[in-house]
Design a protein around this ligand. Structure first.
Ligand code: AMP
Ligand code: MG
Length: 276
């Protein structure tokens, strides 16, 4: 089963139209009739991804970077847990970007990001990313507007550099509604095991929901490119979200089509009986 990914892709130069996109879209699949089928398809996608990641590592030339952004409670952590577990942990590099340290702030905004880009053979995942530097930074005015304004071009150039040097960049915004975020926040407060995930400061960000949506709208409009497209993935039906993200990664790896390298020796020179 393959879903239509195109409908989530933000066409370069096009309007993301976040407000017009259903956050609970499932392309007609329902929990009652299709959930088991979807779950086994997701599992199959992950198994294929694992096999292709091994080839990517053996090839040793290229890498894949998934950039994940969402509002608080949008499901970045659970997407990573669901879609990346099942892959060889040795082949995956996940990095969480928190508020920059004093040292990081003493450098340009891409300094801390570039060093976490995956090396040849790896799948890298950014849980938050350089996009925070045009999202939270824009909304909260943490840098002058003219600085933020210049960053979109810097981001496009940076991602073009990664692409030119062998890294495929795929970007996903997990799209949820403000009501859904409220549910997640309430759950975090009601469940003692989730208290650690609740941050009273998140309420301040929530209060600026519309400003965040506007900042996302601008970032996606200006930074969805042919080489590094943005996808707006509906996040409220998590089984469907996992299917979409796993298929997106799988199709990207299939397109990359990594190849085992030619051995630098002739296997015929080493018959089994020659190995003591
Ligand atoms: P969490 O993902 O819940 O651990 O929260 C990480 C926090 O770091 C979020 O509130 C982000 O907005 C914040 N953050 C990440 N990158 C930046 C950045 N470049 N500038 C300011 N805040 C950031
Ligand atoms: Mg948080």
């Amino acid at each position: 089963m393959r879903v239509d990914l195109d409908r989530y892709r933000v066409a370069p130069g096009g309007a993301p139209n976040l407000a017009g996109r259903a956050t609970d879209d499932t392309q007609g699949l329902t929990k009652e009739a299709d959930r088991d089928r979807v779950k086994s398809q997701t599992k199959a996608n992950i198994e294929r991804m694992d096999a292709l990641q091994e080839r990517l590592y053996a090839e040793g030339e290229r890498s894949l970077l998934l950039v994940l952004q969402a509002m608080d409670g949008g499901g970045k952590d659970s997407t990573i847990r669901k879609v990346l577990s099942g892959l060889n942990p040795q082949g995956v590099r996940v990095w969480n970007f928190k508020a920059p340290t004093e040292k990081e702030l003493a450098h340009d905004f891409l300094w801390r990001v570039h060093r976490r880009a995956p090396g040849a053979g790896y799948i890298g995942v950014f849980n938050r990313s350089h996009y925070e530097d045009v999202l939270v930074v824009r909304v909260k005015g943490l840098a002058p507007p003219e600085t933020v304004e210049r960053r979109y071009d810097h981001i496009n150039h940076f991602e073009a550099l990664l692409t030119d040097e062998g890294t495929r960049v795929v970007k996903v915004m997990i799209h949820v509604s403000k009501d859904y975020q409220r549910e997640r926040m309430v759950q975090r407060l009601e469940n003692p095991e989730k208290h650690w995930k609740f941050n009273p400061n998140d309420l301040k960000e929530r209060a600026r929901w519309d400003e965040y949506m506007e900042a996302f709208e601008i970032a996606l409009a200006r930074c969805s490119t042919e080489h590094a497209p943005w996808y707006v993935v509906p996040g409220e039906k998590r089984w469907f979200r996992d299917l979409v993200v796993s298929q997106l990664l799988l199709e990207t790896l299939e397109e990359m089509d990594p190849q085992y390298p030619e051995p630098a020796f002739d296997p015929a020179d080493f018959p089994p009986e020659s190995i003591e």
